[in-house]
Design a protein around this ligand. Sequence first.
Ligand code: T4K
Length: 407
Amino acid sequence: MKKNLSELAIWGNSPIFENQIPVGQINLPSWEYFCDSFHDLFERRYYTNHGVLTQEFEEKLCRLLGTRYALVMTNATIALSLACKGLNLPVGGKVIVPSFTFAATVQALSWAGLEPVFCDITHHSHLITPDTVAPLLDTPGVCAILGVHLWGNACDADGLTKLAKERDISIFFDAAHAIGCTHRGFSIGGFGSCEVFSFHGTKILTSTEGGCITTNDDDLAERLRNLRSSYGRRMTVPIPIAGYGRFSEAQAAFGLLSLEDFPKNCAANEKRMHLYVEGLRAVPGIRFLLPTPGERHNYQYVVLEIEEKEFGLSRDALVRILEAENVLVRRYFVPGMHRCVPYKTQFPQYMNTLPVTDALCEKVMQVPSGQRVTDGDITVICDLIRFVHTHAKKLKGALPKREEPQQ
Ligand code: T4K
């Protein structure tokens, strides 16, 4: 551990970690199992588009999530766009969506020809609520609500669905972070008209790239199958335009192995989260966004808020110090989508209407978790954060200036 401020890597010294520790990394299955499944795949010579492994993966996802259908797609961004088409949301229609989310949530709406209506969130959960959504329902042209179950914690699905029903508009959820999580004891996957999961390489359940739409609606499932591609279609139904969000057998093979390791990977990440919480318990100005008590969780992300006044330094200053030491913490999501191109110029009306989003964008950060992060790494990262807090006053004026890139 560094003993003096002058030893920090931010001044050009060697970083505390020789290799970079990313915030997320692929949770790999065992090499032997991986070779076995690829051997079979080569034997079959059927590589993509609703093959046997894809179908097996879909069946197992339905069982895990308790839904009638799980339709796997190339990735969650494409799945979100196809969900909009499957729900027959009209081109030019407006969708209420949080600004505090990954760019893909909002960009998927744009690809589907829809306009975002940016909604604020509550501080304690980072989620939209019926109270934050209600004032936006009178916006002319609103046709849907797209909630995001951020960090695996669920939106108030009942309250939001009630609002959507009263207004006769659609409701669906971006559940990219929420595989295996519950809401009021029910698996996320069955709320709203449909829910969309991500199996990207950094996700706790991964098919390297990939995503999935779950639904209990027979007609919607059929439209989604037709939208995805002609393979796996059970009957032909009218759709606006095909989306070609195909899923390969290689993705399915990886996904099936990841599914087997899923409970083990969640438990390991839970332990990592507790180590961080313990290690930083006594540090003023650090708040963890923890899983909702009483619900099942996947522990995908370890999410912190840094309160500058109490911690002594801003979140951004802390991030720079940690990055220099090869701890690649992330600032998901900076800035809010309403402040990113093209939305900030297309829809300037949201600029000063989302105070909680703007405040959280200054405070939130994620620390490394996943297979490659050892208990010892977490101890060092916590020691480093404590060290920075102890010397915050001296560090404050001394850090070299850095320009933020234009969004
Ligand atoms: N909705 C929400 C709410 C989302 O958060 C996301 C994606 C989506 C929708 C769309 O889902 P997909 O279309 O992606 O299925 C990452 C992920 O790319 C993205 O999936 C995720 N959310 C988002 C929150 O984070 P980046 O740009 O920070 O990730 P990336 O690729 O730079 O990876 C992070 C770190 O992990 C890197 O430092 C390197 C390391 N890494 C990554 C991969 C893929 C590895 O070590 N090995 C790997 O294989 O966006």
